[in-house]
Design a protein around this ligand. Structure first.
Ligand code: ZN
Length: 588
């Protein structure tokens, strides 16, 4: 009896506390009042949703440069949170990334609103995302989001405070997807590898132009897809999303406005998405990728609403078409395993275009009131509608044959680490081994004069391939090109990739050359060599007669001799790119 009373008393004391915890109220989002969630507010918002709904889960993933873990919020109508199981069940996984540039926070607020709306309406959840699991990165660039000011992105029409573009290490994370200098990017890659999303969306804001549209869209460069996937993407998915935005939300959208010349917009060119951008990265894994870019001059609430509408339609379209989309992606994954050619670089096909309806503002010459500078401006009092060209076709500019495997020496640990983070499988040589490989010599390249992201980008790389025997050491890594991450492997290890490891200076120390000779020591050695080798002596005499430079310059004579004696064997290592290409036909 006493025990019962004690329990009753305890219950009386604890009940209000438990109830209070269970019913933490969900705060009102304030984007209509020009306020965007801070990082703390966003995480707390998702924590409340996690506590309130069994269909939601907030997880802490890898560490970021800000010293705080990256969060991932998952909505799964059937409460299954293991992505491998979700894929096996034939459901589509959608990943939404927000706040990569925290001064462009529409997606942060729109995703929070979307999650709260869906979770609180079970019928809507069951109908709209029946065949999907939605994963949301609440805020990717945490360091940038913690540094808020009204003065970042000063030309932008709200919110009242914006985050900084760069992360704690001053890296632009939308250039860091493949080289992964930031912990943020490595944590992202781990999430990407674990989720293996079928659809990916990265949310942004653009200040590149002015026109009547609120939402502009970058979509994966279709040519990067397997042909049937490309056909579906160009002819069904993109038109489907554009028409739903118009018909369901009365919010017409347009491709990201990248125009050919300043002034009135006469044509738009497609976005060439290098893999260091988010959708370029997602294309390496055959995901259907998108970036929303809302226009800075439109009111913040409108931009959040537009982003929310796009998220809603993207999820609905995916749920309705999941079978076809998953089959196309599975086929693309299958072809990725066996493709023996890979396009490293693309160029715009200026002979092909589509027509689109463009709603612009007239461009007028004007004098700026404060500085008196004469310039042009878009006059919002003068809207117009026009049909313009949209150049969104690309053709291969550089294609490489794909080896059966690459070999990366143990020494290049930063490269190995990044390959591993991206899920690349590899093995190590059990003993020192001489292998016949196709090796690559860097004939010429141009290092940048100014650093980008802390790197002196190498461009214009010209190579020469030579098949030869090279001795590798125990522990060197063999990376077979027969796996999910094939495109990442090829793109990053080929030295001519615009943003591969070579371009980002990961291998630069090998360019500094090998042992050299000292003039005096080499001369006495040469005399001995020439005395013993009459053929070499007569070739040398001939070179002196026929080549004016050799005849006139003693140093050129030494150089000639160096290159024509056995010692020049050492030269084999000069400018030899450390990564070897292995082909079964030449015998691994
Ligand atoms: Zn951005």
């Amino acid at each position: 009896m006493r025990r019962t009373i004690l329990i009753l008393v305890l219950q009386l004391i604890l009940t209000p506390f438990i109830t209070a915890q269970e019913k933490r109220p969900l705060p009102q989002l304030r984007y209509a009042e020009n306020h965007s969630l801070t990082w703390e507010e966003a995480i707390s918002y998702y924590q409340i949703l996690d506590e309130a709904y069994p269909e939601a889960k907030l997880m802490e993933m890898g560490m970021t440069d800000a010293g705080r873990p990256l969060h991932l919020f998952v909505i799964s109508p059937e409460r299954e949170f293991d992505p491998a199981v979700v894929h096996r069940q034939g459901k589509a996984v959608i990943l939404i990334n927000n706040g990569i540039h925290p001064g462009e926070p529409e997606g942060i607020d729109a995703s929070a609103q979307y999650a709260a709306d869906l979770l609180s309406d079970r019928r809507r959840m069951n109908s709209e995302i029946k065949n999907c699991v939605i994963a949301i990165i609440p805020v990717y660039n945490i360091g940038g989001a913690l540094t808020r000011s009204p003065y970042y992105r000063i030309n932008q029409n709200g919110p009242d405070e914006k985050g900084a573009r760069r992360n704690t290490r001053y890296l632009d994370l939308n250039r860091d997807f493949v080289k992964q200098d930031s912990r943020d990017a490595r944590a992202f890659a781990e999430i990407y590898c674990w989720l293996d999303p079928d659809v990916f969306l990265d949310t942004h804001t653009t200040n590149g132009s002015d026109h009547q549209f609120t939402v502009t869209l970058i979509a994966t460069q279709p040519e990067k897809m397997h042909p049937e996937m490309e056909e579906f993407f160009r002819n069904k998915m993109l038109p489907g999303l554009y028409s739903r935005m118009k018909s369901v939300h009365n919010n017409e959208i347009v491709p990201y406005v990248q125009y050919t010349e300043r002034g009135e917009i006469k044509a738009i060119t497609g976005f060439e998405e290098h893999p260091y951008y988010s959708t370029g990265y997602s294309a390496l894994f055959n995901s259907f990728g998108f970036m929303t870019e809302t226009l800075v001059y439109k009111p913040y609430a409108e931009r959040v609403k537009g982003t929310l509408q796009f998220i809603t339609e993207l999820a609905r379209f995916t749920s309705e078409n999941h079978k076809e989309m998953l089959a196309l992606r599975a086929e693309a994954d299958r072809l990725t395993l066996t493709a023996r050619e890979y396009v490293l670089d693309w160029e715009q096909d200026t002979a092909r275009w589509d027509l689109l309806t463009f709603r612009g503002y007239r461009w007028e010459e004007t004098t700026l009131p404060l500085s008196g500078r004469k310039t042009g401006t878009y006059n919002r009092e003068k809207p117009y509608v026009d049909t313009i060209r949209y150049y969104n076709y690309f053709k291969p500019a550089l294609t490489v044959t794909v080896p059966d495997a690459y070999i990366v020496p143990f020494a290049w640990e930063e490269v190995i680490e990044r390959l591993k983070v991206n899920g690349v499988e590899m093995s190590q040589l059990g003993a020192d081994t001489t292998l016949k490989v196709e090796s690559t010599y860097i004939e010429s390249y141009e290092p940048a004069k100014r650093a980008t992201q802390g790197h002196f980008f190498n461009t214009g790389v010209k190579v020469r391939r030579v098949t030869q025997e090279i001795t590798y050491l125990k522990g060197d890594y063999i990376i077979p090109v027969n796996q999910r991450a094939n495109k990442y492997i090829i793109y990053m290890l080929e030295p001519q990739s615009e943003a591969g490891f070579f371009a980002w200076n990961f291998f630069d120390s090998f360019l500094e050359g090998q042992d050299w000779y000292s003039v005096w020591g080499f001369e006495s050695h040469l005399k001995e060599l020439l005395d013993k080798d009459p053929a070499l002596r007569s070739a040398f005499e001939k070179a002196k007669k026929e080549d004016e430079k050799v005849a006139a310059d003693p140093v050129a004579q030494l150089q000639w001799l160096y290159q024509n004696t056995p010692v020049s064997e050492l030269e084999k290592r000069t400018r030899l790119y450390p990564v070897g290409r292995l082909f079964k036909s030449t015998g691994i």
